[in-house]
Design a protein around this ligand. Structure first.
Ligand code: A2P
Length: 346
């Protein structure tokens, strides 16, 4: 049956991509409600050729809604989650607000679809870098357990939203015009520059983004003791993230075997041309559904180690696409049920 959907944060970078995906994937939509802040009242967005008004979110917004795709930041999700669940809707939340709550499934459909069966009205969409990493390495982990992961990220501006993407363009133009770049969303100039991820630092010196990768990967893989360390960096790229990944297995993992597995893995596209030195790049990953993986090679410093490189569209698989795939999974398995209905099932 067609589903009535509300997009919370419809005017944002992920929100507009959600609309595009619902349309292009022929998602069974009976009604689409576009919600954002007061700032957006009066604006319209086009869905299937029809102009729809953007409404300011309010308590009555979720009446009669089956599914809420939320991408308006953690604090907005915190504010509205209870209202959404009480209205009988299921919330697929892009923010980090509920990801680590024990009764909130954290889902990457290629990895742990079955975990979505036991939601209580909220399902969390993981952090973008975590999704991209997981899609690329879980197929290897499934065959031969990973002992330790060392990952370095090269993260695009899109992770900080539509206004951050605009800021990089404006700063780039300013520099080309011989002017000083003016940081507003980011703490430092990102154009012609890079900086370690600007999320809050913990006592051990890790930033929030790095700890998301650590904790969320463990939860999605259902491996609470998985060893993983991360360094997250913002780079002046618009919308695709890249990651350099070192994997240590319990025994040697043949490069040919890894290539074979990844060439058939869902959501992964192997991109390797060793003659041309051509490997995944953010410009090639942008707008694509697949995570591009390449430069798979033996780690010369460790017999059980593999190195690989990946790029993935942060707005698509890193956010909007994964959320829509979760919604498709819920429909396919008949798990799109209210918290009350799920509790009755047990
Ligand atoms: P608005 O455009 O009205 O500010 P991005 O991640 O690209 O920055 O997008 C954030 C999205 O979240 C936008 O759609 C934005 O709407 C929405 N948003 C931000 N704050 C709120 C809020 N307090 N209530 C509802 N929507 C919000």
């Amino acid at each position: 049956n067609p589903v009535s959907i509300a997009i919370l944060g419809a005017t944002g970078a992920v929100g507009t991509e959600l609309m595009e995906l619902l349309e292009s994937r022929n998602f069974p939509v009976s009604r689409l409600k576009l919600l954002a802040s007061e700032r957006s009242v009066g604006s319209t967005l086009t869905f299937k050729g029809e102009k729809l008004p953007v409404e300011a979110v309010q308590p009555s917004s979720f009446k009669g809604i089956d599914l809420v795709l939320a991408s308006a930041g953690g604090s907005t999700s915190q504010v509205w989650a209870k209202t959404i669940v009480d209205a009988g809707a299921v919330m697929v939340d892009n923010s980090s607000a509920f990801r680590m709550e024990p009764d909130v499934p954290l889902i990457v459909p290629e990895i742990n679809p079955e975990a979505a069966a036991h939601h209580r009205g909220i399902i969390a969409n993981p952090n973008c870098t975590t999704i991209l990493l997981g899609v690329a390495i879980y197929p290897l982990h499934r065959v031969q357990p990973i002992k330790r992961i060392v990952v370095s990220t090269y993260q695009s501006a899109s992770g900080a939203g539509a206004r951050a993407m605009e800021e990089v363009k404006v700063q780039s133009q300013a520099i080309l015009d011989g002017k000083e770049p003016n940081p507003e969303i980011f703490p430092y100039p990102l154009a012609f520059n890079l900086f370690p991820h600007n999320s809050p630092l913990n006592a051990e010196g890790y930033c929030g983004e790095e700890m998301k990768m650590v904790k969320e990967t463990r939860k999605i893989f259902n491996e609470p003791d998985l060893k993983i360390t991360a360094t997250c960096v913002r780079v002046p790229v618009l919308r695709a993230h890249s990651e350099a990944v070192n994997l240590e297995f319990t025994s040697p993992f043949a490069v040919t075997k890894a290539r074979e597995i990844l060439s058939e893995a869902p959501g992964v596209k192997l991109v390797e041309d060793w003659q041309q030195n051509y490997f995944p790049m953010p410009i090639d990953a942008s707008g694509k559904d697949d995570v591009l993986v390449g430069r798979i090679r033996q780690d010369i410093s460790h017999p059980n180690g593999l190195e690989l490189w990946l790029c993935g569209d942060q707005i698509r698989k890193g956010a909007a696409l994964n959320a829509v795939q979760i919604a498709e999974l819920l429909i396919e398995k008949n798990w799109l049920k209210s918290a009350a209905a799920m509790a009755a099932v047990g």
